[in-house]
Design a protein around this ligand. Structure first.
Ligand SMILES: Cc1cc2nc3c(=O)[nH]c(=O)nc-3n(C[C@H](O)[C@H](O)[C@H](O)COP(=O)(O)O)c2cc1C
Length: 178
């Protein structure tokens, strides 16, 4: 059963790359701030490799998460499927930042805007209309993470199911008291 749960997680994470409405398409990314405090934000899952548990997201290289990850190269992902009542908490190490242009160049014009604002993300502005983009001067970055632990929780009657899988344990997994 432990293995079936992990296989289902992999299946759902892979499905989230294809289906725009999949609940795992958006995740909460946690990093550690310079002052040691936590920082959360929503991001889109862009890549997942079920063979080596690598994940990738896209971002603006000038955003705060980049500095935070350079300082503390680890993160957590939180996925939640509200219809199946499944929560996944994934501990990850930062693997690399990739600024190769081939991905950016293939993005539709509307998506290019997400990585080409003239102002640094988080800069104070007087009005949302002040924002300008220069899609020829992008700040695109692909952030690649490698999972080291996956915790699964499914709420169900009569018993909730909680299990944890770790790279140290060769992803064999064990059940935990919910
Ligand atoms: C629905 C939604 C999807 C988002 N997707 C991304 C994303 O894929 N990458 C990203 O960098 N920011 C994304 N954001 C914006 C982040 O939540 C965050 O505000 C921004 O990246 C700045 O974060 P930082 O200053 O902590 O680095 C998304 C926000 C929302 C509401």
């Amino acid at each position: 059963m432990l293995n079936l749960i992990l296989e289902d997680c992999k299946k759902q994470l892979s499905a989230a790359l294809i289906h725009k409405k999949h609940p795992f398409r958006y995740l909460t990314l946690a990093t550690i701030k310079k002052d040691g405090g936590p920082k959360l934000r929503t991001v889109v899952l862009r890549e997942f490799n079920p063979e080596n548990f690598e994940f990738a997201i896209y971002s603006d290289i000038r955003s705060s998460k980049i500095e935070e990850l350079k300082l503390f190269p680890e993160a957590q992902f939180l996925f939640y499927d509200s219809s199946r009542l499944i929560q996944l908490i994934i501990d990850l190490d930062l693997k690399k930042f990739l600024t190769e242009l081939d991905i950016y160049n293939l993005l539709p014009e509307s998506s290019k805007k997400d990585y080409s604002s003239v102002l640094i993300p988080g800069s104070e502005i007087k009005s949302p209309d002040e924002v300008q983009h220069n899609i020829k001067k992008n700040n695109f970055v692909k952030i690649v993470f490698e999972a080291k632990e996956i915790e699964y929780l499914k709420l169900k009657r009569p018993n909730h199911i909680r299990s944890v899988y770790s790279v140290k344990d060769d992803w064999k997994g064990k059940f935990l008291a919910p």
